[in-house]
Design a protein around this ligand. Structure first.
Ligand SMILES: [Zn+2]
Length: 123
């Protein structure tokens, strides 16, 4: 349950293949309606300038090899991000789905967030 307040920015920056991790969902810019779920990533450095990544994708037997710098359209990128409370400087790990929630800008921990009206039945 969320008990802190996070200010986020829209996640509009370019994302490249090397940022993808297992469980991420992405699409190629040329085929934005074909979501691809990453199940595994293996790195193969071809030369100091070129890193190829072998992506295993859900439902596909053959891995897809992409240069690390391939631009991709992120559809789901859940990340746990350690943030420092603006008011008390305490660190807290926050999980965000970057394409949906946005990129975190600042955070105020639960100590300073007033009780919210939660849709919960409690006697
Ligand atoms: Zn705090």
């Amino acid at each position: 349950m969320s008990d802190h307040a996070v200010v986020t920015l829209s996640f509009t920056r370019p994302v490249y293949a090397h940022e993808l991790r297992p469980d991420d969902v992405f699409a190629f810019p040329d085929a934005p309606r074909t979501p691809l779920t990453v199940t595994d990533v293996k790195k193969a450095a071809i030369s100091p300038e070129l890193t190829l990544l072998a992506f295993t994708l859900l439902g596909r037997t053959e891995p897809v090899n992409l240069p690390a710098s391939t631009p991709v359209k992120p559809l789901r990128m859940a990340r746990v991000i350690s943030m420092t409370c603006l008011l008390c400087r305490r660190n807290q790990d926050i999980e965000l789905d970057l394409p949906r929630d946005g990129e975190p800008l600042s955070m105020v921990c639960a100590d300073h967030v007033p009780d919210q009206d939660l849709p919960e039945d409690q006697d």
